[in-house]
Design a protein around this ligand. Sequence first.
Ligand code: HEM
Length: 197
Amino acid sequence: MKLSEKLKIATQNAHKEIEKSHYFKRLLSTDLTVEEYVHILCLWKSFLTPIEASWQKHAESNLIFSTINQRGKTYRLKLDIDNLGKFYHLTNSSGAGKKLLANDFDVQNPLSLISSLYVIEGSTMGAMHIVKQLMKFDFCLENTTHFYTHYAEATVAMWQACKMELDHWGDENPNLHDQVCDGAVHCFQSLGNHFNG
Ligand code: HEM
């Protein structure tokens, strides 16, 4: 079985747990507030910052994941947070002063690149559903939804490219599949802890 298929099976329960968690349910609610939306973006930003830094490190030395340089999301989060702060005169919209837990996902583990790529890039599939609901709110405009719209019409193609790269790596490292799957479950759980903390 291909690595991406194993990852999907291994993380099915972890994915269900995330979908049921407070902030992800709020994202799909009909009464999301602008303050909640900004808080969710801040939580994402603080979760993704160390992960993206580790992707960057790998990108410099690893030719297999050639699309990794296009996958950064924190600059998009910053744009949305800054714009919402300006338009709605929100204090602390940068997340400063809010109690944000540090990310407990172990980016030092050399396999964290593979596990986190699967989890974070897969989340763009869910984002396609979430953004349809977000667009109903007047605070979700073109310049406040850079994160959730990210690859736009290229989303499915970017996800397919990601899975191909993961599978290519997986074919060359068949003995590491279980560790990568455990890492992906850990990544989902760390995200859950980060958002629930
Ligand atoms: C309200 C929240 C969410 C909803 C409604 C949702 C929904 C979905 C849906 C419908 C798919 C399948 C898309 C398809 O195959 O056409 C999917 C895939 C996926 N989602 Fe989510 N998602 C949510 C949150 C997340 C989060 C927060 C993460 C991780 C950070 C995540 C990670 C993934 C992954 C890795 C896949 C790919 C599964 C695979 O095919 O291997 N999702 N999601």
